[in-house]
Ligand binder design. Structure first.
Ligand code: PMP
Ligand code: GLU
Length: 424
């Protein structure tokens, strides 16, 4: 006789959790390709380049030298200090030591940890802590916030401001419940960015709101900082002294160094609260993952300090700049689309709502961005991410990643154009 098993119920936490559309679509495009379909993937938010050789060599050497055991949870002090030095010299963020740095298994993982440290389920329902989220925004901020007990308050921006929120919008959104403000420049999915003066104006609003929102902290996700090609340089809001003590800077190795599969990210926060926050990250990580893969630490230092790697990063940046131009030229040939010019990251985010209500050659009714994306994958074999999960006005948009070759961009845009011209 078999023993009856417990009723197979999953936690409410995961039952209600939305899968990441970027990860899901990318997996789907890869599976279709593996099954022999000639799919062109524009869904992946990852550089197509290989990790620079010196970074690989540093990890291989560390592994061969026996650095294969557990390490301090948040990383060895040499590597944490190396990150602090990088943030001070390149980003002008002052007052950081290794103790203000936490290294985890990717930007997504340290984001998760940070939100777990900041939000709480034990607040009264009628008085939750809020995360202010300028949209369009990367798909993972909202679910991670909600998993941590926070409530999301969106501020919507549109193409008319290059998807940037205004200081007035921010001032209007801040209340005593405000716990966290997310900033992400250059932006996934928009491909646009805030310049220094924009960020100084937002910082002024944050500084002036101290009495209204004493618990407000800013998390600035700068994972695309090295991929900029517009008229403005990247600027770190954590370098502004008036608010520096309230700013968590998030970054990682995935995008700048073509290291998505290595899973390395970090957060930094200066000051006394910063130390306390990082210590809490360590306690949490100690119960979750312990340290990241031990032989990766020397690879981080190599990436951040080897001038030859910096040269390769610059070569990749130039390639993204030229692809941004190519894809904008090709998109301008497609009727009905509008799209701000990208200045950072490797995404374009065109408004495709003019195509809604039409029917494809194969007879599919295009009602919204998901049905458009689905029809394009099935009929033209091109994978684009529908905007819906990026929030705000995103449902009218598609996200196209151009982290791929010129040939693929040209072939993909030929297919996109052919598909749109076939609509009736
Ligand atoms: N932030 C943004 C804006 C991203 O696009 C990504 C890519 N998924 C991440 C963070 C996290 O990247 P990773 O986990 O690979 O470090
Ligand atoms: N950041 C990338 C993207 O947006 C990778 C997938 C993910 O983690 O969301 O496509």
């Amino acid at each position: 006789m078999t023993t009856p098993i417990l009723s197979p119920v999953l936690s409410r936490r995961v039952s209600g959790l939305k899968p990441s559309i970027t990860v899901a679509l990318n997996n789907r495009a890869k599976a279709l390709k593996a099954s022999g379909v000639d799919v062109l993937g524009f869904a992946a938010g990852e550089p197509d380049f290989d990790t620079p050789r010196p970074i690989k060599d540093a990890a291989i050497k560390a592994m061969l030298d026996g650095q294969t055991k557990y390490m301090p949870t948040l990383g060895d002090m040499q590597t944490r200090q190396c990150i602090a030095d990088k943030l001070e010299t390149e980003n002008n963020i002052q007052g950081l030591t290794g103790e203000h740095i936490a290294i985890g298994a990717g930007g997504k993982h340290v984001l998760y940890g940070a939100m777990q440290c900041l939000f709480d389920f034990h607040r009264p329902m009628e008085d939750p802590w809020e995360m202010i989220l300028p949209t369009p925004a990367w798909v993972s901020y909202r679910p991670i916030c909600e998993l941590s007990g926070g409530v999301v308050k969106e501020i919507n921006a549109g193409p008319e401001t290059d998807f940037r929120i205004t200081p007035k919008q921010l001032a209007d959104a801040i209340t005593p419940r405000s716990r966290l403000l997310i900033l992400n420049s250059p932006s996934n999915p928009c491909g646009t960015m805030y310049c220094e003066s924009d960020l100084r104006e937002l910082a002024k609003v944050i500084h002036e709101a101290i009495d209204i929102a004493p618990n407000l902290v800013v998390l600035t996700d700068e994972i695309y900082e090295k991929i900029v090609y517009g008229q403005h340089a990247h600027f770190s809001i954590g370098s502004i002294p008036e608010i520096a003590g309230r700013v968590i800077t998030l970054n990682g190795m995935s995008k700048a160094y073509a290291m998505t599969g290595w899973r390395i990210g970090y957060v930094a926060m200066p000051g006394e609260f910063g130390k306390k926050f990082i210590k809490a990250m360590g306690t949490l990580q100690g119960q979750m993952t312990t340290n990241i893969t031990s032989f990766n630490y020397p690879a981080i230092r190599e990436a951040l300090t080897n001038p030859a790697v910096a040269e390769t990063v610059e070569t990749m940046r130039q390639a993204f700049a030229s692809r941004a131009k190519l894809i904008m030229d090709r998109l301008s040939e497609i009727p009905g689309l509008t799209c701000p010019t990208p200045t950072g990251a490797f995404y374009v985010f065109p408004d495709v709502s003019a195509l809604f209500g039409k029917t494809s050659k194969a007879g599919t009714k295009i009602t919204d961005a998901p049905s458009l994306s689905e029809a394009m994958l099935d009929e033209a074999h091109i994978a684009f991410v529908p905007g819906d999960d990026f929030g705000g006005i995103s449902a009218n948009h598609l996200r196209i990643s151009f982290a791929c070759s010129d040939e693929q961009i040209n072939e993909g845009m030929d297919r996109f154009k052919g598909f749109v011209e076939g609509l009736s």
